[in-house]
Design a protein around this ligand. Structure first.
Ligand code: ACM
Length: 658
């Protein structure tokens, strides 16, 4: 018995004029004749109708095709629909239509993609081209990395099996053995570090703290060390840890944890070593998009655990976008009642393969408080992002009476193919909405930084809005782009009144409209961090070609991911050098740090999330932490392979929720 009522076979053909023809052949195995049917699926690229087909709508990624003449789809019969586009739109399996179903007018029948004829295209490698693939995912490549790790342990004895690579380490002879619970002395600044160790390895620490002299694990506050810096001295009899702050003590434990030998759940020994370490950049971030696909809070907790292990200290939480609003706001329950859900019967259409059924979710205020506290205990600050004024379709569809100007005749199409996703900077409702949302956001997130997006506002927006025209006349603005500055300045000062700093994508700096206290995430390319710094802003470097971990690993058609910024394997990510000295000392001062990012259009499961992040995020973590000039690709590969046990969580507690 077939599980899905329909089956689809996809045929791709390219002609000599570089046009792609995609034929979707539907087999009706539902047992019923279908009459007025349409075919719906997701494909986030521009397409046109092909032979005998009408393109009824294309909203974001969601496509509706129908026969151009009414034609039945009898039980057991086939019918084909076709669309066309540029060959670049489908280059790998993850580019194929997803979330395919048929709408019969009264029911939604899901379709299984049975076959396609996508083959490795010209210029594509047939094999993964790198020294390794994401952690633990391809046995062949894992074996290759582990083999080189064995070489490493005999040939490079002085290196230390820690990521990010510490500044300085000198091995000593011998081992410190954990024989029964180890005694420790208390130190208020080490409280988070002690709690984390006890959580990771229950039973490893003795119940009651001892005096300094009697303890085996000793925390020594040392005011001369920089923020986040630490020193570890592991002897056979005891371990001394020095730091000047909570983060320093915590990072020392992260380093020790990576060096522990353990039996299931129990630490057994760690090599004697003298080690000094400090972060290169104060900002070492990871962004996760939770709007395109919703990631349960348990996924976030696990991610925070791994961030802590690799000394990443900012979690940039992309909470809103066109495809979903994920944060509970008391003033506007519609945002999560409507804007958190997609589906054929929902206000928001299915997107990115989510299919006809109700799909989505959001973080309640108590979820968010739990995430913020969990992160804080791991020395991680959470930066919420409310992406405005573009990327706002979920909010606009939830609150049309407040946010939409009926007489606005402006016509635009966003990079993600929406024609209705931008807030209007001339409506009082926009300000009421954003002020109330930001007040609640500031109440939930104690960190200084609040990210307001500001990316990818499409040309054509606001031009035929009577409200925008009136505001431009009143303010003497010459172009509609002044309106973006008008809105962002208002919000910047609203946040400043609460002691908060606006962070935005690089478009927020365009036109030099904001106070230079705004921090900019430079994303579009390698040069954009220095260019944005030259405008006077402090910057976080997140260049798409190195740091966008939604990009595919390589050109193999099986590798999932986007490819508009190219592909990035582990070596590419590791090669990234954020500080270009030719840009001068000012740039170095303005560069707060580095961030990797995972946009979630294709992140359909926690497994896919792990696959895209690891181990590439380790490369960016090392770029952000380890001293400039200390890179060694061979050595890094070896150290990555030694992380596999930690990454598969056999040593880390897997928890449901705190
Ligand atoms: C972005 O990728 N639009 C920041």
């Amino acid at each position: 018995m077939d599980t899905t009522p329909l089956q689809v076979d996809i045929d791709l053909q390219t002609n000599d004029r570089d046009e792609l023809f995609v034929t979707m052949k539907l087999l009706n195995r539902s047992g019923e004749d279908l009459r007025n049917w349409s075919l719906q699926f997701d494909l986030p690229k521009s397409i046109a109708a092909g032979a005998h087909t009408s393109l009824l709508s294309h909203i974001g990624s969601h496509v509706t095709l129908a026969p151009d003449q009414p034609i039945a789809l009898p039980a057991g019969a086939n019918r084909s629909l076709q669309f066309t586009g540029h060959p670049a739109i489908i280059q790998r399996i993850s580019d194929l239509p997803s979330g395919i179903y048929v709408d019969t007018g009264d029911r939604y029948l899901t379709a299984e993609l049975r076959s396609h004829n996508l083959t490795q295209g010209e210029g594509h490698d047939t094999q993964p081209d790198s020294g390794s693939t994401p952690a633990g995912y391809s046995q062949a490549s894992t074996d290759r990395v582990v083999a080189s790790a064995n070489d490493f342990s005999t040939s490079t004895e002085s290196s230390v099996a820690v990521i990010p690579r510490p500044m300085q380490s000198t091995p000593r002879a011998g081992m410190f053995h954990y024989e029964g619970p180890i005694s420790y002395c208390t130190e208020p600044l080490a409280a988070d570090a002690i709690a984390w160790l006890a959580e990771l390895f229950p039973g490893t620490l003795a119940q009651d703290p001892k005096s300094y002299e009697d303890a085996q694990l000793r925390f020594l506050p040392t005011s001369t060390l920089h923020p986040g810096a630490y020193e570890i001295d592991v002897r056979t009899s005891h371990i001394d840890i020095r730091a000047s702050d909570r983060a320093g003590f915590f990072y020392a434990i992260a380093t020790l944890v990576q060096q522990l030998s353990v039996e299931p759940g129990v630490a057994t020994q760690t090599p004697c070593i003298e080690l000094r370490d400090q972060p290169r950049f104060a900002y070492r971030g990871l962004m996760l998009d939770c709007a395109r696909h919703f990631h349960r809070k348990e996924v976030i907790f696990k991610l925070l655990d791994l961030m802590a292990l690799y000394k990443l200290n900012y979690f940039h939480w992309h909470l809103t976008d066109d495809e979903g609003w994920r944060i509970e706001i008391d003033a506007f329950p519609e945002l999560t009642r409507i804007g958190a859900w997609r589906g054929a019967e929902e206000v928001l259409e299915p997107q990115f393969g989510s299919g006809p059924d109700r799909y989505g979710g959001y973080y309640s205020k108590s979820d968010i408080r739990a995430v913020v506290a969990y992160a804080k205990a791991r020395q991680i600050t959470v930066i919420p992002e409310i992406d405005i004024p573009g990327h706002s379709r979920a909010a606009l569809k939830s609150l049309p009476d407040l946010l939409v100007e009926e007489d606005d005749q402006s016509s635009y199409c966003s990079a993600q193919l929406y024609t209705d996703n931008v807030l209007n900077p001339a409506l009082p409702g926009t300000y009421e909405f954003l002020h109330k949302v930001l007040d609640e956001v500031c109440e939930l997130f104690p960190g200084r930084y609040i990210h307001l997006g500001a990316d990818e506002v499409p040309p054509g927006v606001w031009e035929l809005s009577p409200a925008c025209q009136a505001l431009m006349a009143a303010e003497g603005y010459h172009t509609v782009w002044d309106l973006q500055g008008h809105l962002l300045r208002n919000l910047q000062s609203h946040l400043a009144d609460k002691g908060r700093v606006l962070v935005g994508w690089e478009e927020a700096a365009h036109g030099d409209k904001l106070d230079h206290s705004a921090i900019i995430c430079a994303w579009s390319g390698i040069a954009s961090a220095a260019e944005t710094a030259a405008l006077g802003h402090r910057v976080i470097a997140c260049p798409a070609p190195f740091a966008y971990l939604d990009m595919a690993w390589d050109n193999s058609i099986e590798e999932p991911g986007f490819h508009w910024a190219g592909t990035a394997n582990l070596e590419t990510c590791y090669a990234y050098e954020p500080e270009n000295l030719e840009r001068g000392a000012d740039f170095a001062k303005q560069l707060l740090g580095v961030q990797s990012l995972l946009w979630s259009e294709l992140i359909v499961s926690p497994e896919r999330l792990d696959y895209m992040l690891f181990p590439r995020v380790l490369a960016i973590a090392e770029v952000a932490w380890s001293p400039r000039g200390s890179k060694n690709w061979e050595d890094f590969q070896c150290r990555v392979s030694l992380q596999h046990t930690l990454l598969d969580h056999s040593r880390l507690r897997t928890h449901s929720s705190p």
